[in-house]
Design a binder for this molecule. Structure first.
Ligand SMILES: [Ca+2]
Length: 354
């Protein structure tokens, strides 16, 4: 073989190697893009809870408001001396520590695409016989964010003990506030708020549970809030999967919800049974929003995607219930363990064990 031929073969070989390396790089990038958002939501910067707010900040906020008020949580925006803070009456506000000025923010109300969805309403309804025959929802289910955090409570992985977090959920260089709001053991909400868009862009009630063991009743568990014999204990949980699932460049959120109801006292199996589950696909498609009447809101909006399609995405990406968010506890001495309530063997659902 001539030297020239050898050089040509080597050249081709090197080119192929470069193409191979590039292909591998692209594949790695694609993999990173497919999972980036889930990693982002689990690594947000955490704010101060009520008791941890530094005294200098507390004093400055006290002076600015001419009197006592309690911020439930505060978080600094990128070492700017400007803080977002949460007020228990249900608003997000800003405080500039350098100028000592409060900056009015935004009220927190329930996110409409979640609470007006008939499928979600049906899943979260208080009792099996409850019918939505008016515009009113059950207050336990539907009240606005007038929440209290109980000191030392260990419900649902203690995520609500740090209500404010901050970070870029989908790597678009715009940071979001991520809120964990709860009321005792009954309900917990994950809320994504965009300061740039000045609105909630996604919200998910990840727990609504109302049950207490009640021997002598027809059911093993009845509702704690209305202790009558004919009430059946209910537990509803939701998991979110962040990423890009449908092949376009827009960020997606898949929400998998499950409702459980208590078994009857005569049932030889202890605990609960799966009553219903749903899969929903939300997408933030700014191009479609720009062309719509409402314009760009930055929200993740529900998509008309079939449940079987969504289930296919989850299984293709090996995303199980336990890999959905939230999953792990932040309670003292239980950090990193699975949140017990939503992975409870008493639910009698093999999905929650994997
Ligand atoms: Ca973002």
């Amino acid at each position: 073989m001539k030297i020239l031929e050898l050089i040509v073969i080597k050249d081709i070989f090197m080119k192929l190697l470069r193409i191979g390396k590039f292909a591998l790089f692209c594949l790695a990038l694609l993999c990173a893009l497919r999972t980036y958002a889930q990693e982002n939501i689990t690594s947000l910067k955490k704010g101060f809870n009520r008791t941890d707010i530094p005294s200098t900040l507390k004093k400055a906020m006290w002076n600015a408001s001419n009197g006592p008020f309690i911020a439930d949580s505060a978080i600094e925006i990128d070492s700017s001396n400007v803080y977002f803070w949460l007020f228990r009456a249900g608003s997000i506000n800003k405080f500039n520590l350098s100028s000592g000025a409060n900056i009015p923010g935004w009220p927190l109300t329930r996110w409409l695409p979640e609470i007006t969805d008939p499928v979600i309403k049906d899943l979260y309804r208080p009792g099996p016989t409850w019918v939505d025959n008016s515009s009113d929802w059950d207050p336990l289910v539907n009240e606005n964010y007038l929440q209290e955090n109980e000191e030392g409570a260990q419900y649902m992985g203690c995520l609500t003990s740090i209500p404010l977090r901050y970070g870029d959920v989908e790597n678009d260089q715009q940071k979001e506030l991520v809120l964990f709001l709860g009321a005792f053991e009954y309900k917990q909400d994950l809320v994504i708020f965009s300061p740039d868009r000045q609105r909630i862009i996604f919200s998910m009630r990840y727990a609504l549970q109302d049950f207490i063991s009640f021997p002598g009743s027809k059911h093993q568990y009845i509702q704690r809030t209305r202790q009558r014999d004919n009430n059946i204990g209910v537990r509803v949980y939701a998991k979110a999967f962040f990423g890009q699932f449908d092949g376009d460049e827009f960020p997606d959120i898949v929400v998998w919800r499950k409702r459980y109801e208590s078994r009857e006292a005569s049932d030889s199996v202890s605990g609960f049974g799966l009553y219903k589950q749903t899969w929903q696909h939300f997408e933030r498609d700014l191009t479609a929003q720009a062309a719509s009447e409402t314009g760009i809101t930055g929200e993740y909006l529900p998509q008309d995607t079939s449940e079987s399609m969504i289930q296919g995405w989850l299984s293709a990406n090996e995303l199980t219930w336990q890999k959905g968010y939230p999953s792990t506890s932040e309670c003292q001495d239980h950090e990193g363990e699975l949140i017990p309530e939503m992975h409870d063997p008493l639910l009698n659902d093999p999905d929650v064990l994997k």
